[in-house]
Write a protein that binds this ligand. Structure first.
Ligand SMILES: Cc1cc2nc3c(=O)[nH]c(=O)nc-3n(C[C@H](O)[C@H](O)[C@H](O)COP(=O)(O)OP(=O)(O)OC[C@H]3O[C@@H](n4cnc5c(N)ncnc54)[C@H](O)[C@@H]3O)c2cc1C
Length: 382
C-alpha cells in the first residue's frame, strides 16, 4: 500500500486541513494521529461555555469515528507521536514506525506552567483543549470563587464567561493593563472597566507565589504581599508552540516550527500549520490564519503547489460586556496612535506617517466601524 499523508493533531488545523484535502483528493490514504480523544470541537467555544452552561460533551461536534468516516481517513486517538525520522520518511509512536508520503505537523501549542509554592498546586487548571475544559468544569462544580492567572485575551474572555456562569472572579497578572501585547491602553481600560462592572477584581502587577489550602478553600499569596481567597485557579498565562520534537528531528524552529509560504519546513515532505507553525516569520495563534493555511496546504498536498497569503486578520474578543475588535499593528511597522471616544466606546487607530491605517482597537459602540476600517488595513502576508 502507498504510504499515507499523515497529519499529527486533530484540532482545528488538523481536521480543517483534512477536510480541504478531501475536497481535492478522495483517494490518497489519510491518517490522522492525536494524543487526545479526537473529538471535533471549536476551541474558541471553550471560553463561552460557562455562560451557556455547556459541558464538554455539549461542545463536542463529532466523534473521531464520525470524523474518520466523513474524511475517509483513519483517526488514531490517544496516540502520542514520540519522534520523527525524516531520513526514512517515518515517524515513531513508541517502538512503532509509521511511514508517511507527506507529514503535516498540526500539533498546536502547549500551556505555559509557572512555578508556585504551597500545597494546592493541583488546584491550578490550564484550559487549552476540550479535555482541559472538562477537568476544570469538574473542579469548579459547586465552587464559587475562581482566580484567573493572566489578563491576556483568554484570561479576559474567561473572566467574562465565568461571571456569566455565576462565579466570582479575581484576575492576577504581572502587567499594567489587560491584554498588554494586543491593546492600546485606552481600549484596555474600557475592557477592564466593563469586566469590573460585572464584579471582576483585577490585581495587576503581582504574580501568584504560593497557593495554600485552608479550611474554607484556597489562599492565593501574591508577590505584593496580598492574599486572595478563592476555590479554584484557572491558568491563562500563555501558550508556547510545540517545537521540541521537530527540533530533535533537525527541523528548523524559531518561536514556532519554521515554514515558508507553502507551509514547508526545512525538511522535504514535512509541513506545519496552526498554533505550532511560524509561517514566513509569523506565529499567529488564531483561527483565521490556520484556515488560510489549510486551504493552501491542501492544494499543495493534492499536487498543485500553492503559497498561502494572509489578508488583514482582525480578532474579535469575546468579552461580551465590552465588545472588542482588535487588529494589531504588523511587525516592523511604526505608527502614531489617535484615540477618540470615551468610557466603553473607544476608537484607537494607528496610522503611519502617510496616514495609512496600520492597526486598530475598537470597543463598545466603536466596533460598528470595523467593516469600513478593515478595508483600509494592510495584508499581513501579501
Ligand atoms: C480558550 C480559547 C479561546 C480561543 N478563542 C479564539 C477566538 O475567539 N478566535 C480565534 O481566532 N482564536 C481563538 N483561540 C485560538 C484558536 O482556538 C487556536 O489558534 C486553534 O484552535 C489552534 O488549533 P491547532 O489545531 O493548531 O491546535 P490544537 O487545537 O491545540 O490541536 C493540537 C492537536 O495536536 C495533538 N497533539 C499534540 N502533541 C501531539 C503528539 N505528540 N502526538 C500526537 N498528537 C499530538 C493534540 O492532541 C491536538 O489534537 C482560542 C484559544 C483558546 C485556548
Amino acid at each position: 500500500m502507498n504510504a499515507p499523508v499523515v497529519i499529527v493533531g486533530t484540532g482545528l488545523a488538523g481536521y480543517n486541513l483534512a477536510r480541504e484535502f478531501r475536497k481535492l483528493d478522495s483517494e490518497t490514504p489519510l491518517l490522522l494521529i492525536t494524543s487526545d480523544d479526537g473529538r471535533s470541537y471549536s476551541k474558541p467555544m471553550l471560553s463561552t461555555g460557562f455562560g451557556k452552561n455547556k459541558e464538554a460533551d455539549g461542545l463536542s461536534m463529532a466523534t473521531p469515528e464520525a470524523m474518520a468516516e466523513q474524511l475517509k481517513a483513519q483517526v488514531r486517538t490517544h496516540t502520542r507521536i514520540s519522534g520523527i525520522d525524516p531520513g526514512h520518511k517515518q515517524l515513531w509512536i513508541g517502538e512503532e514506525a509509521v511511514p508517511y508520503r507527506d507529514l503535516v505537523l498540526a500539533w498546536g501549542a502547549q500551556t505555559v506552567q509557572v512555578p508556585v509554592e504551597g500545597d494546592a498546586q493541583d488546584a491550578i487548571f490550564p484550559i487549552n483543549d476540550l479535555e482541559d475544559y472538562a477537568r476544570f468544569r469538574a473542579a469548579a462544580a459547586g465552587k464559587r470563587r475562581v482566580l484567573i492567572l493572566g489578563a491576556g485575551l483568554i484570561g479576559c474572555e474567561f473572566a467574562n464567561d465565568l461571571i456569566a456562569g455565576g462565579y466570582e472572579v479575581d484576575v492576577v497578572a504581572p502587567c499594567e493593563q489587560v491584554m498588554p501585547t494586543l491593546l492600546h491602553p485606552a481600549a484596555a481600560a474600557a475592557v477592564q472597566a466593563g469586566l469590573e462592572s460585572l464584579g471582576a477584581r483585577f490585581h495587576l502587577g503581582p504574580v501568584l507565589t504560593r497557593l495554600q489550602r485552608t479550611e474554607n478553600g484556597l489562599e492565593a499569596h501574591l508577590s505584593d504581599g496580598s492574599v486572595v481567597p478563592c476555590d479554584v485557579v484557572l491558568s491563562a498565562i500563555g501558550l508556547r508552540p510545540r517545537i521540541d520534537m521537530a527540533a530533535a528531528a533537525g527541523i528548523k524552529v524559531n518561536r514556532g516550527i519554521e515554514v515558508d509560504r507553502q507551509l514547508k519546513t526545512s525538511h522535504a515532505n514535512i509541513y506545519a500549520l496552526g498554533d505550532c507553525a511560524e509561517v514566513d516569520g509569523l506565529n499567529l495563534l488564531y483561527v483565521m490564519p490556520l484556515m488560510s493555511c489549510a486551504r493552501a496546504l491542501a492544494q499543495t498536498l493534492a499536487g498543485n503547489t500553492t503559497a498561502v497569503s494572509y489578508g488583514a486578520m482582525p480578532i474579535t474578543v469575546k468579552t461580551s460586556v465590552c465588545p472588542l475588535v482588535v487588529s494589531p499593528v504588523p511587525r516592523g511597522c511604526e505608527g502614531v496612535w489617535t484615540v477618540e471616544g470615551q468610557g466603553a466606546d473607544i476608537k484607537a487607530l494607528c496610522r503611519d506617517a502617510d496616514g495609512k491605517l496600520l492597526g486598530y482597537a475598537l470597543t463598545g459602540e466603536a466596533v460598528r466601524e470595523k467593516l469600513a476600517l478593515n478595508k483600509e488595513l494592510p495584508a499581513l502576508l501579501a
